[in-house]
Design a protein around this ligand. Structure first.
Ligand code: PEP
Length: 254
């Protein structure tokens, strides 16, 4: 089965939550709860929590990611963090194009593409978010929209670099709302993303690509979502802030 060609990835997106002292407590709880995962496990933490997360996760199966990075290496970009800075710290993953960044911080498909290329160049593994607003779903344009977001995000990414890219399908109407896409809806759009990757890079590359679902995934609904043939993991917001819930989701990704 093609699903067996891929390693699932469960990534927590802490958003703007947890001071470094609070992060230390949560990471300790996660380390105790997640000892031998059968999938990749990542926590994407605020920049200020990266040092404590990196220190505490060293030598454990939990990998550390950031939630954004700039597309330049250095320069006059006050308040920004470059991918090279993250890489030097030991950060492995970076979430790019999250809908909250698109909605509140002017992120566009073009800047997501620039950040993706820069992150890959620096040796980071981008988790690139795509997904439709509710009105777009109701207009029946979800597939076209998500295919377009995927194509633009991957513009200029080589087949070799693609191996380090994860795409997260996150319907905007499901993020932080408690409204989860049905397993069928999630699988349908993840399959569209995979077909789009196949168009660009061929079937083998698409079959090997990890495509996550994100949007109110929790300890109760994770198993059904993760069992879908084209869903290879999850990007988890709210439920990633509770070690007990996050570890149930990790266990569901076997
Ligand atoms: C997210 O932040 O990417 C997310 C999916 O959030 P939540 O799980 O809270 O919906």
């Amino acid at each position: 089965m093609n699903k067996n060609l891929r390693t699932p990835c469960i990534a927590g997106n802490w958003k703007m939550n947890k001071t470094p002292a609070e992060a230390a407590v949560l990471v300790d709880e996660l380390k105790a709860a997640i000892t031998a995962p059968e999938c990749n496990v990542v926590i994407c933490v605020p920049f200020t929590d990266l040092p404590v997360a990196l220190e505490k996760c060293a030598g454990t199966p939990i990998k550390v990611g950031a939630q954004n990075c700039h597309f330049e290496t250095s320069g006059a970009f006050t308040g920004e963090i470059s991918p090279v800075m993250l890489k030097e710290m030991g950060v492995e993953y970076v979430v790019l194009g999250h809908s909250e960044r698109r909605t509140y911080f002017g992120e566009t498909d073009v800047t997501v593409n620039k950040r993706t290329l820069a992150a890959l160049k620096a040796g980071l593994k981008p988790i690139v978010c795509v997904g439709e607003y509710l009105e777009q779903r109701e207009q029946g344009i979800t597939a076209e929209l998500v295919a377009m977001q995927t194509k633009i995000a991957l513009q200029g990414v080589t087949e070799q670099d693609l191996k380090n890219v994860i795409i997260a399908y996150e319907p905007v109407w499901a993020i932080g709302t408690g409204k989860t896409a049905t397993a069928e809806q999630a699988n349908e759009v993840c399959a569209v993303i995979r077909a789009t990757v196949a168009q660009l890079y061929g079937k083998a590359a698409a079959d090997g690509m990890t495509i996550q679902y994100g949007g109110s995934m929790n300890a109760k609904n994770a198993a059904e979502l993760l069992a879908q043939p084209d869903v290879d993991g999850g990007l988890i917001g709210g439920a990633s802030l509770k070690a007990a819930d996050f570890s149930v989701i990790v266990d569901a990704a076997k």
